[in-house]
Design a protein around this ligand. Sequence first.
Ligand code: ADP
Ligand code: MG
Length: 327
Amino acid sequence: MTAPDATHRPSRVLVALGGNAMSAPDGSATEQDQTEALGQAAEHISDLVAEGVEVVITHGNGPQVGNLLAKNEYSVAIASPVSLAWCGAQTQATIGLTLMNALDGALQARRVARPVTALVTRTLVDADDPAFGEPVKPIGKYRPGDEAQQFIDLGQHWKDFGEKGWRRVVASPQPLEVLEAQTARFLVDSGSIVVCSGGGGIPVVRQDGRLRGVEAVIDKDLAAAVLGPALGADTLIIATDVEAAIIRYGQPDAEPVGHVSLRRIRELESEGHFAAGSMGPKVSAARTFVENGGAAAIITKLELLAEAARRPVGAVGTVITADGPQE
Ligand code: ADP
Ligand code: MG
């Protein structure tokens, strides 16, 4: 792929929707909250589609899986709890359905005819990934220690977060491959908007010639970094709630990062500007997408999606390209 210059226009974009696109501003995630938030996201995505861009959507699922885990935990005596793989599949389906409905309406209002398809997809991880030896990713809701104990007795890992209570922790292994990427690619090639790899995909490992689900979660931005190139996407847009990644974040001399090269973003990462668990994985995923052959990766606000495609490279958000801005 050629490096984009100021006239580069994205043609196939993978959009990664963050948590704020799937819950109310206060983080609550009732069915209505999710439907409203995804309805807003669908408006911005439709603006992007109306720009003539082919779009694939991936999304997080933290609060949704949290809701399912709480149901699991409170109803142990009535209905047997289900695995994280099933929770992941259920959230891919419900978020997929909600996006399909919302996009249908938003596209129709723009007089754009385009089918929308949501897929249940798996992400391959390495059974020997060191992350399995050290579960650190908190999932679900905080519970008092005595309640956590019954789940620890069932073999789960829970961690004491002090005043807030205890929370379940699971492994977060590196994504290697989205197994349904080629199927998604056929669908985009034939004109569909595709929703896939939600929640980073359902993690599976290959063992004795078979695929097996594992109790883990995959960072959705890191999964997007391997999915994007497999789809033939030239651009990854990580849509979040800030306009750009910021250096010296929270300090008086904080500054947004504009258009940068791989070399420069690696430097900024090594200086520790991007917090683990929030902006850190986004920057790392954006960089990985470009390292994997993507032309440009953009981190910006959901509301600026279409703007990012319309304006010259670097005018909107943090943009990473292999060689950076051309002077
Ligand atoms: P999402 O829910 O969209 O996946 P996150 O909430 O995980 O996104 O990450 C976005 C948040 O990261 C921002 O709202 C901001 O509070 C935080 N953040 C941490 N470090 C930085 C940074 N260096 N630049 C910008 N935002 C940062
Ligand atoms: Mg967030």
